[in-house]
Ligand binder design. Structure first.
Ligand code: NDP
Length: 483
């Protein structure tokens, strides 16, 4: 029997509420293309109510919480997320198509973000500054007030965790606009936050279209800080909207991250990491290792091993929990297809391709992983973020060429370097343009503690680790004259 789609609602002022207009957006299961839920199609009025609720919390009950009280509350929330881990994982996997193991990992990371920032909330100190005789000068870190969080669809729980947990830890009140393709877990987590004791208005989730609800949040004059993760083009739009009211903006805009393999590397250690860095979440990862640069002497041998591994990869429904799920939406699948047909038109053959499970529903958004080798530097597939399970390899001669290729796109987010040569590790790490460099590993398992962000078209500002606490606070200097 067909079930009526479940109706999800906005979470504003600790209440579940529809959009003012009553309009909704269908939520589609990427594994089978079927509508199974709906979310409110919110507009500027709904966003305005959420910002108003957040301002009220910041100036009211939430604003009076001490750092210790915030810490304890976030720790309770971490515990609640943990207790609901399986429920959240299943919901995330159904909503986004990610394999269940990835949904579980994301729920665990969300709990860890709350735990980490709970621990940090009462440890953010100012300084005293030696100054002229008769003065005492000190700095204090203060919350911005109302922070806006525009979250993409690829890792809703993780990206929500990394920005909202840090923002709440220092005492801001948050308004979250999730991507229309991935809202459900964030509404549920907001409910859990209320259960943990978060005062009404301290955390609000408003769903809707980017061009409507997202744009309204970016433009809202009473938002004091914006945190955005998504494409460079939308990031520019959000930054422009924020600039109209002098709002600081943190932008995380993805990348075309290289993994550079030198001929002295431990290839057996590198191989599974090279594959996982592009396969995880179907390649829909801002820090995906989407280019493998290989020193000529080992190029063919390494490619042969990559071919073997790619050919064995399988995609299938989220709940089948294979190497990959479907992509998040038909739109994203079409984007990836466009890149692949361009590749074929320009004569780049597929060196290897995985498979889609035979009984995967035909209306699901499946793309088997693809390996393309010897992709030239000026090719679109080398330069642009595909955001799908497509890996390109390119050979290089020496360190100089490796660096030119690594830095040869408009992005600068993450890089991996595989070599046993200690001096080269350091030279490469220092010369690579980006926000994180991993030597003989990649991604360090997510690393909630590790500052993360990019340069150039990958964005600016840092989230994760202690750095995020600086981004979500203003530094105030107080000079006291007492002679
Ligand atoms: P967008 O950058 O358009 O979307 C990211 C977020 O911004 C979503 O919440 C979206 O809402 C919202 N948004 C969209 N338009 C506006 C706007 N005018 N003002 C404010 N917010 C807005 O990415 P797409 O989903 O269109 O994906 C396109 C490409 O972007 C991908 O192929 C990938 O390359 C890249 N991307 C990078 C991510 C990363 O982690 N760095 C994450 C996601 C995408 P809504 O979805 O409801 O429109």
């Amino acid at each position: 029997m067909l079930q009526a789609p479940q109706r999800y609602l906005n979470f504003i002022g600790n209440e579940l509420t529809p959009a003012d207009s009553g309009e909704t957006i269908a939520v589609v299961d990427p594994s089978n293309g079927e509508t199974f839920a709906s979310i409110p199609r919110s507009r500027a009025g709904d966003v305005g109510r959420a910002v108003h609720a957040a301002r009220g919390a910041f100036e009211g009950a939430w604003g009076r919480f001490s750092a210790m009280e915030r810490s304890r509350l976030l720790m309770r929330l971490a515990g609640l997320v943990d207790a609901h881990r399986e429920e959240l994982a299943q919901l995330e996997s159904r909503d986004t198509g990610k394999p269940l193991k990835q949904g579980r990992a994301d729920a665990q990371a969300l709990s860890r973000y709350f735990e980490y920032y709970a621990g940090a909330a009462d440890k953010l100190h100012g300084q005293t500054i030696p100054y002229q005789t008769g003065y005492t000068v000190l700095t204090v870190r203060e919350p911005h007030g109302v922070t806006g969080h525009i979250i993409p669809w690829n890792y809703p729980m993780q990206i929500f965790g990394r920005s909202v947990a840090a923002s709440l830890a220092v005492g801001n009140a948050c308004v979250v606009k999730p991507a229309e393709d991935a809202c459900l877990t964030l509404i549920r987590v907001a409910e859990l936050a209320a259960e943990a004791g978060l005062p009404a208005g301290a955390l609000n989730v408003v769903t809707g279209l980017g061009a409507e609800a997202g744009q309204a949040l970016a433009e809202h004059p009473d938002v004091d800080h914006l945190s955005f993760t998504g494409s460079p083009e939308t990031g520019r739009r959000v930054a422009q909207a924020g600039a109209q009211h002098h709002c600081p903006v943190t932008l995380e805009l993805g990348g075309k991250s290289p993994q550079i393999v030198f001929d002295d590397a431990d290839l057996q250690a590198a191989l599974p990491v090279l594959v996982n860095a592009i396969i995880q979440n179907g390649g829909q990862t801002c820090s995906a290792g989407s280019r493998v640069l290989i020193q000529r002497g080992i190029h063919d041998a390494l490619v042969e091993q990559l071919i073997e591994r790619f050919s064995a990869l399988r995609a299938g429904p989220a709940m089948a929990d294979l190497d990959l799920g479907p992509l998040v939406s038909r739109r994203q699948l079409q984007r990836v297809w466009d890149y692949l047909s361009d590749a074929q038109a320009s004569g780049l053959g597929f060196a290897a391709q995985g498979t889609v499970q035979d009984n995967a529903p035909s209306a699901g958004f499946y793309q088997a992983p693809v390996l393309l080798t010897r992709v030239p530097r000026d090719d679109r597939l080398f330069q642009e973020e595909i955001f799908g399970p497509v890996l390109v390899t390119t050979p290089f001669q020496d360190e100089h060429e490796a660096l030119a290729l690594a830095n040869g796109t408009r992005y600068g987010l993450v890089a991996g370097v595989w070599t046993r040569d200690g001096a080269r590790q350091m030279r490469m790490a220092r010369a690579i343009r980006g926000g994180q460099v991993f030597i003989n590993n990649y991604g360090a398992g997510g690393g909630v503690e590790l500052p993360f962000g990019g340069v150039r078209a990958s964005g600016h500002g840092r989230e994760k680790g202690f750095e995020a606490l600086y981004a979500f606070t203003n530094l105030k200097t107080i000079a006291i004259r007492h002679d």
